[in-house]
Design a protein around this ligand. Structure first.
Ligand SMILES: C[S@@+](CC[C@H](N)C(=O)[O-])C[C@H]1O[C@@H](n2cnc3c(N)ncnc32)[C@H](O)[C@@H]1O
Length: 260
């Protein structure tokens, strides 16, 4: 982390740029580069955005960004942590902007370990679990959950899909980068959880390559009662479903039951 901090501080120069802006640019550049490798939708606009940020830095400074990303990848490979959240806090950016504070990783890990039994129970019955994080920050709680599952011998890359949301675009970028680096299948939504407004969705490479859109669609079809008109919508059990739209009790359903 010290290396990353030094590299980003070097890119801030001597007061030439605010370190908060350098941090945001670093995250956005990395997130854009990752997303453009897997998501063709909106690629041209993202490429233009990437170039417009990159043009503000010299080639030496751009190399520092690349080096910082390599350090981050290495750090997460050596052991799970909320490396970017920690860096963000250590650069004092939490105080500077909108009072953004992230849960310390060790605390997140304790919480994840307390909840992992519930997930293991669900995994005994189904192929994968879906996890929602409505205010994800830098993704620390999700990384901790992946960590706890891994410790239990679960392949979280195959057994967990995450939908994470945040209002703040830098938080979206941080989460997207970190979940990508530890290979979590996820969609990171830039949006407001309270109003359900969605500005953009960032699918991680593991989501795209793992064919999770189809897996989730299949799960949705399996678990959602068929929306047939009439009797099925009266909240009857599946065995009572009837696709006709006549009066209840349904004579057709009664006939079927009698015949059985
Ligand atoms: C205190 S941080 C916690 C982040 C993370 N869950 C953790 O424990 O480390 C709260 C996060 O919620 C986000 N947030 C606040 N209001 C939100 C809203 N209405 N919709 C989505 N995210 C929101 C903030 O941008 C911030 O990243």
């Amino acid at each position: 982390m010290t290396n990353m901090k030094k590299l980003l501080e070097a890119n801030a120069g001597h007061g030439q740029r605010r370190v908060s802006q350098v941090f945001r640019d670093f995250c956005e550049l990395a997130a854009l580069a990752i997303r453009n490798s897997v998501d063709p939708h909106g690629q041209t606009e993202r490429e233009e955005r990437y170039l417009s940020i990159a043009r503000g830095y010299t080639s030496e400074e751009a190399s520092r960004f690349a080096e910082a990303l390599a350090h981050l990848a290495l750090q997460l490979e050596e052991g799970f942590s909320d490396a970017l959240g920690h860096l963000y806090m250590s650069l004092d950016l939490g105080n500077e902007s909108i009072g953004q504070f992230f849960t310390p990783y060790d605390v997140g890990l304790v919480i994840a370990k307390m909840n992992v039994g519930n997930i293991l129970g669900q995994l005994a019955e189904k192929e994968f679990v879906t996890v929602q994080e409505p205010a994800v920050g830098s993704g620390g709680m999700i990384i901790a959950l992946a960590d706890a599952l891994r410790e239990e011998g679960v392949n979280y890359q195959q057994s967990m899909h995450v939908t994470a949301r945040d209002l703040d675009i830098t938080a979206v970028h941080m989460t997207y980068i970190q979940l990508t680096l530890i290979n979590v299948a996820a969609v990171v939504v830039h949006g407001n959880t309270l109003t359900m407004e969605e500005l953009d969705t960032w699918p991680t490479p593991a989501h795209v390559i793992g064919g999770w859109a189809e897996r989730l669609q299949l799960r949705h079809a399996e678990t959602t009662p068929q929306t047939v008109p009439g009797h099925a919508q009266r909240g009857m059990g599946a065995e009572d479903y009837c696709t006709c739209d006549g009066p209840w009790p349904c004579p057709q359903a009664a006939e079927t039951a009698d015949a059985a």
